[in-house]
Design a protein. Sequence first.
Length: 113
Amino acid sequence: MRPSSVRAIALALPEAEERETWGEATFRVRDKIFLMMNAASKEVAVKTSRVEQAALLEMDPATFFFPPYVGTHGWTGVRILSVDAGEMRDLVTEAWRMTAPKRLVKAFDEESR
């Protein structure tokens, strides 16, 4: 994958917006971050549960890693050059779902059927 592909996935989600913070692209829904991207290093940090983080790190340590600062809160680092496109889409969508208001998620689910 390329950074532009990850950006497109994130911005296709309802009310998602990109904002530069801390010198990196952050993707938000209603001002809450669900994805951070360092395009130069081709890595992202995506919001996940701690259970999912542990499973991803065990499953493929070459692709997934424990990111500094946010890893302790369940976020998972992803090397986008080696991640499967479908898996990246699922991770970004689930991060958005964990962050977005319940009504917005419900409307998204109803529209996706």
